[in-house]
Design a protein around this ligand. Structure first.
Ligand code: SF4
Length: 439
């Protein structure tokens, strides 16, 4: 019995790919371990989106070397592996494997060869690869990711993803449904559909609206989420499906990146400020209760103070429920490398701080307004803090409640009692009743 340790960095797509790797190598007799020191094979599933993510991975791969005994295998997989390919083998002599997101099917064979001392690289794009016959590993959670699309056909000038994940391709609807049904049979009631621009899903026959309707129609599925959509791909049919399908949750993570049309044009985002606002308005007409979160980059080449103020003002106009905010990170191989007018690091850092403060203030105001209301939550896990349980509303708000761990995986109604500004505390009568019985 060989033990496999996988460390995952980056987006939900990588988290889903790690489950896929466990599923794939589980078939080959591997069992999971949470400790690298016990592992026969250690894989680091990497992200290439920002330079500091890559630097962190170099550091971590260096640390893992001390757990590597004779015959053990250390591999780098994922987007950084895809981006650097054979270069990584040259740069890090104790790495045995470098495998991109389309090469996981070869892992059993490559690991076998690495055990015998052969180092390998597999970073070919395989447009047909959807890993249809590999059921991702499941650990009994009520919530699961389902990858419905791989790659990206947009060419945002700052983004390395089209280079690391290749062109967009969508799975067949019937295969997605089969996977969702299989997940339901293991106790899953909530799925998050994943794709780089998930709402551009189209397999030649069915579009994203069809997919939402079909997934929402699977018996046993109570919640459907998706991430990340592109603002340009919210067609009337998709909005209609979101409004019609009861399972589709009232939350969308809608990357904005900038509030300045001038910067958006340089980013090649293919919408301008007004186009983004229009998309938000259409989403709110379709789903009046919808919570909207976003991604924003500051310090993109050429961004002026005026551009930045437009970003800040758009945060206030949209009233985001939350945002992931980043300082622009130049990535070799992206078109933005050629754009001059770099913003000084201290200027970008200062803008980032201001933006974070604005995002927090806007989110806090919205969240304070929710205190006193009642929501359905899915209980996800024990919270890190004390005896509490972590749960999530349909609008993706995290609510900490008192209750027994037996409630994990169940749906409750909770009253929101307070907020830190981002997360909530709440009470559920049903959870309290159970606690009282036990205690
Ligand atoms: S839409 Fe743009 S930012 Fe998103 S993955 Fe594609 S290229 Fe990158």
């Amino acid at each position: 019995m060989r033990r496999l340790y996988v460390e995952t960095y980056g987006c939900q797509m990588n988290v889903a790919d790690t489950d896929l790797i466990f599923g794939l190598l589980g078939r080959d007799g591997f069992v999971m371990t949470k400790s690298p020191e016990d592992a026969d094979v250690m894989l680091v599933n990497t992200c290439a989106v920002r330079d500091n993510a890559e630097q962190r991975i170099y550091g971590r791969v260096g640390e893992l070397k001390r757990h590597k005994r004779k015959g053990d295998v250390l591999g780098v997989v994922g987007c950084m592996a895809q981006r650097l390919g054979a270069d990584l083998l040259n740069r890090i002599p104790h790495v045995d494997l470098v495998v991109g997101p389309d090469g996981y099917r070869a892992l059993p064979e490559l690991i076998h060869r690495a055990t015998a001392g052969e180092r390998s690289v597999d970073v070919d794009f395989k447009s047909w690869e959807h890993y249809e016959d590999v059921p991702p590993a499941q650990d009994g959670r009520a919530s699961a990711f389902v990858t419905v699309q791989r790659g990206c056909n947009y060419r945002c000038t700052f983004c390395i993803v089209p280079m690391t994940r290749g062109p967009e391709r969508s799975r067949k609807l019937i295969d997605v449904i089969r996977e969702v049904e299989q997940l339901v049979s293991t106790g899953v009631t909530e799925v998050t559909l994943l794709g780089q621009t998930v709402n551009s899903y189209h397999n030649g026959t069915h579009d994203f609206a069809d997919l939402l309707r079909a997934v929402g129609g699977v018996d046993g599925i109570r919640r459907v989420r998706f991430t990340s959509p592109h603002p340009n791909d919210f067609t009337p049919a998709v909005l209609e499906a979101m409004a019609d399908v009861p399972g589709v949750c009232e939350h969308v993570h809608l990357p904005m990146q900038s509030g300045s049309s001038r910067v958006l044009k340089r980013m090649l985002r293919r919408y301008d400020r007004d186009g983004y606002i229009d998309c938000v308005e259409r989403l709110r007409v379709a789903m009046p209760e919808i919570a909207i979160t976003t991604d924003i980059i500051v310090g993109f080449p050429g961004e002026t103070e005026e551009d930045f103020l437009e970003t800040e003002s758009l945060v206030r106009t949209v009233r985001f429920d939350g945002a992931f905010t980043f300082k622009y990170s130049v990535r070799d191989g992206t078109p933005a490398v050629k754009i001059k007018d770099h913003v000084a690091d201290d200027v970008a850092g200062e803008r980032l701080e201001r933006l974070i403060a604005t995002v927090r203030q806007v989110a806090r105001t919205k969240n304070v307004g929710l205190v006193g209301s009642t929501h359905e939550v899915l209980v996800e896990k024990q919270a890190r803090r004390g005896e509490l349980l972590q749960s999530r509303t349909r609008t993706n708000k995290v609510v900490l409640i008192e209750g027994l761990p037996t409630l994990i995986g169940s749906y409750l109604h909770v009253r929101l009692n307070g907020t830190t500004g981002s997360t909530f505390t709440g009470t559920s009568t049903a959870a309290r009743r159970e606690l009282a019985v036990v205690g």
